[in-house]
Ligand binder design. Sequence first.
Ligand code: ADP
Ligand code: ZN
Ligand code: ZN
Length: 730
Amino acid sequence: MTDPVPDRVIRVAVPVPLPGLFDYLVPSDVAVAVGARVLLQFGRRPLVGVILACDTEPAIERKRLRRITRCLDIEPLFDGPLLRLLRWTARYYHHPIGETIATALPVALRRADKADTDSRHRGWQIVDADSPPPTDLARAPRQREILAALAEAGQAVAHGTLLARFPTAARPLKALAERGLIETVDLPGGLEHGQAGTPLALTEDQQTALDALRTTNGFAPALVEGVTGSGKTELYLQRMADILAAGQQCLFLAPEIGLTPQLIARIRARFDMAIGVLHSARSDGERADVWRAAATGDADIVIGTRSAIFTPMPRLGLIVIDEEHDGSYKQGDGLRYHARDVATKRAHDAGIPVVFGSATPALETLYNARQKRFAHVRLARRATGAAMPRIKIIDIRSRPLAGGLSPPLIERIRPHIEAGNQVMLFINRRGFSPALACHDCGWIAPCTRCDAPMTAHAGAARLVCHHCGAAHAAPDRCEACDGTTLVALGAGTQRVAGALRSHFPDVAIARFDRDAMARKGRLESQLADAAAGTTQLLVGTQMLAKGHDFARLTCVGVLDIDGGLFSADFRAAEHMAQIVTQVAGRAGRAERPGEVWLQTRNPEHPLLQRLLTQGYDGFAEAALAEREATALPPYGHLALLRAEAHEPDPPHAFLAEAARLVPQGEALACWGPVPAPMARRAGRYRAQLLLHGATRALLHPVLDHWQQALPELPQGRRVRWSIDVDPQDL
Ligand code: ADP
Ligand code: ZN
Ligand code: ZN
């Protein structure tokens, strides 16, 4: 009898909030590989981990190691370069490696209970595509719509995709199948096939820009700065064509609200290639499939939002980040990464180009372009030759606002409506009004769990906290003085829409905000109506600011920009300028010239003046000078340590202990602890400590030290803390 072959030792990244890797045993006859997932028991919990090393010397006594439950992948999901990127990400953002890798995985692939999901899934297709649709579906509108959608797709559509578009599709699908009109099919891997389309003949500007993008080999970051409609997307498409022709893969990122059906359709109509879309409307299963298809190299193009930056792509040849200034590229919790920075690192390591596109680049990106770290190509004119709209101010000091609208603005809107054109009004606040106040004593209805007023909804009948989600009926008397006159202060989208209805009773109005879009498919249908010109008045938040073409839009009103001029957040002015420029870019896209009106109480504000007289470029120059003078990013570097607890004292005590660990020096400063901008949220008290370094290199040793030492601090167990490198909001 021979001795049994001993188990092998593997080192695994496990999704737990602990630093380091964990060793497990694998029976010697089980095939394992670096980058494959394993199912294991951690304590008593089943978890999905990823193997980072095989046949290692165990870090603890062998007999104390446990065996994995089983290996989940025959082929590794992560290749070496991607694992190196994830290790860098974990180090740079000072986040545990196991959680970092889990963040990269689609949800369906990180869940222990669904670890063995079949990657094939169900789709639907029309049985006889050549015969005309039956005429007796008049009384079954859902069936008709689904049939039309399948006919339009011209190929099988995944079950999950149909459900995302038609939430009540289950029954009509069954009915259609019973009549033999449609049938289910197995779909491989969640990919779709595009069609070959003809590229547009480039304008001179575009050609110059494309030539500039083509001059460099290897790692080549480039900023494409071009006003809305200047043909950036066409430029990306033609650059992608080069890369795809060379047999490489392209990764295209867009913000959630920028990842519109129009954009996807444009890519699909250009390339006769396998395309995978990682969209929030897709089911977990479909997203996992796209991800796998990218990993095997079956997907030529992957389109997705922030987290798609971690998609495994063995033949990756180009990364495009559209609307690179968008705040959604920074993750706000857990692994607080910025997809733009991860993309730069990924492109650097892979030795490939990365394109950042925007009409209003982030100041960080402009700075990189100025420092010649990024190439800077510009598209100054609109590709279609349409004129840029003029931006003008309406001074609302001492003017009565009704529903957020000043009388002069109404009069400016009217001719556009009467001429049959479209008008868009932008206000970055959803709900009816941002606060409900007592007319007698000034009391403002607060959220009991947050340091913030409740937002009034539904004509001030309901109060909703936008920070913790608390909601209840509005009170009918003041809690302080018992007065009965409660007034809604200020305006949100609902109130603006209501006011417009009274001024323009016969005009179709559409509201775009998170509340209005809560129902799936609503955004698409409202956008389609707006694109077709059937809705003349559009009211909305950020959601309206980008990515859409409304041919008849000739007038844009921005109702409230003053918040951006006077805010504790040093990025507020930048965001204001970006939003004004973006919404302005919506106007007059085609042959109709546009105008843009800003309501403000601060018409003389220097940054605003700069924006109006010299455009975003001029604004950015002034804003960068301010940043330089105050040593704020991109001239200085920040990291934030946040702490929160159910009692008020522990966060401060914890942060004070953390501050004592920081060596004070001229080039390194530690500010705080101070209460967070919202000192209490959802019942938790919050405080923060800001670390400022003249260079990044100064910050990282402190953060390393914190990562090791903070869990051991006396107060460390009493608070929830997190490190945020390059924080976006302070
Ligand atoms: P951006 O991405 O900068 O907003 P797009 O690429 O979407 O710009 O182009 C704006 C509009 O101009 C689109 O309708 C597009 O089809 C059109 N367009 C872009 N490039 C050209 C071109 N070279 N010739 C004609 N039309 C163009
Ligand atoms: Zn009162
Ligand atoms: Zn609240």
